[in-house]
Design a protein around this ligand. Structure first.
Ligand SMILES: *Cc1c(COP(=O)(O)O)cnc(C)c1O
Length: 497
């Protein structure tokens, strides 16, 4: 299996190379040149396997340059009950009306990013051995909250690597900030930036393309790399939980083999829903992929009209991990939908860069309509959904998952479709305790985060997960706050230690 680039379909490279590089030289994203299929026998065989074995089988089809022994080490190192609070790795909660909440937040940071970032360090270090053996790999991350913490947990104390995380000083939830600033490990650095997420992201991009920094690091045998969701090593692990969930629902006798399901995904950078699309291409019978957005509804408009237009107001919402106007992974979808037409991709994404806007052709518009349904909701609707689901089913949703449930409600009303539906739940509600408390209780909120959490526990009879509770007594290790221009020096100082 080779990988091409969305902006150069003639390029051919291995998965190891794609994972180490992250982004192709001409700016494209790495994509598999064909999507491997799962036969009926293979899907049925998955039903009786553990998550680790299901992951092994799916990875074997995509990462063909990894030996079986290497892949075993990767999947067993990541998906175990030391890192996750359940051996099932992902859990399925059944709600009424054929809805299955796929809980992707049982990992060490309580957000779905763990599903990929627990295994990325293994995939990356294995890939580096094959391609750039002996180099120290230093990961740079700009985060709006969840990715940073998940990457820190994944890479902490991994030999041959180090990691620097930058977050917007005012742009993350109090719990997210606590999680990052109390991070343990001897190869980690965390720094707040005076600015917003875009400033952090631009700062990181500037470091990647700074020749001076590159030379200084090369002298020390250090190579910079990214743990961002454009890396194929983050996308591939996300395909697994959709395949695994389908097998599990057959095993639990909730569906029969061949029965179609809908998949709803609260979407930001389009990585998670793209993985569901890949699962469909592999042979998982998917009816509709439902793309749920918050007030930043650029994807809703795109799927409904074929026009992508980022020239619009940016909203800060209670589902901050979806506050995004440029969904990078959409480029991969469009590459596939155009029949791997790199010329069109270059044209459209060139326009996005210069005009902030592009329009796809009629063929792609009709394919989008056939595959997807898209909707969005605002913060009030999100809170109303949290309250409703809690009151009717005693199930507590976080602010992102609630967007998905609400958009699915709308889908069902508009279409009348009663196909059984998997709804991706991307974070534990205690990561966004204030908005969740406001939704279910609405009472006054103590200033201290842990006092608030105690109130939320009491009001709902639920419990904060252990990894979040543990941050209460950990010392704050990282207090540095810098101007965005100083980010390069922060990295150089950290790596000169
Ligand atoms: C990252 C994130 C999302 C968005 O996922 P994408 O793959 O970027 O679309 C949604 N919810 C939560 C909680 C997240 O952390």
């Amino acid at each position: 299996m080779n990988y091409a680039s969305t902006r150069n379909s003639a390029l051919k490279t291995t998965s190891a190379h794609a994972i180490v590089k992250g982004l192709s030289d001409e700016g494209g994203l790495f994509v598999p040149e064909s999507i491997p299929k799962l036969t009926k026998e293979e899907i049925l065989a998955l039903c009786d396997k553990s998550y680790v074995d299901r992951a092994f089988d799916v990875f074997s089809k995509f990462l063909t340059d990894f030996t079986p022994e290497e892949l075993r080490l990767c999947v067993e190192g990541a998906y175990n009950d030391k890192n996750f609070d359940t051996n099932n790795i992902a859990e399925i909660a059944k709600l009424k009306e054929g809805r299955y909440i796929l809980e992707l937040w049982h990992g060490p940071t309580c957000a779905f990013k763990d599903m990929a970032l627990q295994i990325l360090p293994y995939l990356l270090t294995t890939s580096a051995k094959k391609t750039v053996d002996g180099k120290h790999i230093s990961i740079l991350v700009a985060t709006s909250g969840d990715t940073g913490k998940a990457a820190l947990e994944g890479f902490k104390d991994v030999a041959g690597t180090s990691i620097s995380v930058f977050y917007p000083e005012e742009g993350v939830s109090p719990m997210q900030k606590r999680q990052m600033t109390t991070q343990e490990g001897n190869n980690v650095n965390v720094c707040a930036v005076k600015g917003n997420f875009d400033d952090c992201q631009n700062g990181v991009k500037a470091i990647f393309t700074d020749k001076g920094i590159e030379e200084k690091l090369a002298e020390k045998n250090i190579l910079l790399s990214s743990a961002n969701s454009i890396n194929w090593g983050r996308l591939a692990p996300q395909i697994i939980y959709y395949v695994s969930t389908y097998a599990q629902l057959i095993k639990d006798k909730e569906i029969e083999y061949g029965e179609k399901v809908n998949i709803v995904v609260p979407t930001g950078n389009f990585g998670n829903i793209l993985a569901a699309y890949y699962a469909k291409l592999m042979g998982i019978p998917v009816n509709k992929l439902i793309c749920a957005s918050n007030a930043n509804n650029v994807l809703t408009d795109f799927i409904n009209t074929g026009v992508y237009d980022r020239n619009r107001q940016f909203y800060t919402t209670i589902s901050p991990s979806m506050d995004i106007l440029i969904s990078s992974n959409l480029e991969r979808l469009l590459y596939h939908l155009t029949g791997e037409n790199d010329k069109l991709i270059n044209e459209w994404f060139g326009k996005l860069k210069t005009d902030g806007k592009y329009e796809v052709n009629d063929e792609v518009k009709s394919k989008l309509k056939e595959l997807f349904w898209a909707g969005c909701c605002n913060d009030d609707e999100t809170k109303a959904e949290i309250r409703k689901t809690y009151e009717e089913e005693h199930y507590l949703l976080d602010t992102h998952s609630a967007v998905a449930v609400k958009v699915y409600d709308d889908y069902r009303k508009v279409t009348g479709d009663t196909t059984k539906t998997i709804i991706a739940s991307t974070a534990n509600p205690y990561k966004f305790g204030r908005a969740v408390f406001d939704a279910v209780d609405g009472g006054s909120q103590p200033e201290d985060e842990f006092d608030l959490i105690a109130k939320l526990e009491k009001a709902t009879g639920t419990k904060m997960p252990a990894p979040l509770a543990a941050t209460q007594n950990k010392p704050v290790r990282f207090k540095e706050v810098v101007e965005k221009q100083e980010m390069g020096n922060v990295v150089l100082n950290f790596l000169s230690k």
